[in-house]
Write a protein that binds this ligand. Sequence first.
Ligand SMILES: NC(=O)NC(O)C(=O)O
Length: 320
Amino acid sequence: MPASMPSPSIRIPIELLTPTAFNQFGTVVENPATSPSTKLPVPHRIPPPDSVPANQGFATKYLDVTHMSNLYTLAPSKKPAKAVMNMFVCKPREMRPHEPSMSLPSSWGDLDIEDDEDENGDYERQLLDIGILERHPFTTQTFIPMGLSQQDRHTQYLVVVAPTLPASASSRYSDRPPPYPTPMVKRKKSFKDMFARARPSPFTNEATPPPSLFSRLHPSARPKGPGLPDLKNLRAFVATGSQAVTYGAGTWHAPMIVIGDRSIDFVAVQFANDVGIEDCQEIFLKPNSTAQEGVVVLVDTDSSGTVQVKAGVGSVKARL
Ligand SMILES: NC(=O)NC(O)C(=O)O
């Protein structure tokens, strides 16, 4: 893994965190009955998880609300992982004042980057520089905020994620790729075994290859591939205190970002084996020589400090 990669000058708008919008990166855990997503048009909703009555009728139990994966059996060290819960107490980030720039708008979503005022002219736009991304190739990671309500408008958090570039597009930055889970291919010993892998199979009617280890995982929990982050398609979502988020294994993400008045305590649930490069891989984003700035999230807040949604579902005058 290179220590850094060149980054374009790019400005990212903020979107509403919804299960559908976050789908390719992992899952959003929230109460389906009170989720802001219930107000979205039907095509933007994901069916709620199955539920059953529990606790003698005093609870509704939603089943399998997020999908965890432990892929450490594929790690080079073979050191087994254990399930861990860590706590991250995340301080509010410093931002810099807005200034016009020649930076490109992100290639995802519509964005009028000059639109920084409401009808009363009292929105404030600030700039948040994203200088590092990280991923956990062998595990999902779930961040659960504590003590923050859905109504809290003075403190919110951002989830910043990037798709993964194809490995071929990443090779020019790296000679030695860092460890990444790849399904093991067992060596076949007999001709029968070798032919059994041919498709269409001479021995069965199967026409499709056997399912890989990853296809048995929920799509949100599957590893995203060994490549570097696709910075041009980076996305930034604003979450409320009633939402937890699970990053799929290997999803490139920024360290948790708190916007507002106070720290947020998160419990983070994941697997870990204490081998540094297998647990966490980081990459620094260095603006390239011609870039005026690097990767920047545009953070618009109203007079109460509420982060405004500027792209994606619910962006038109949307409020969380
Ligand atoms: N996401 C975040 O804030 N941090 C991590 O993922 C970590 O494991 O350090």
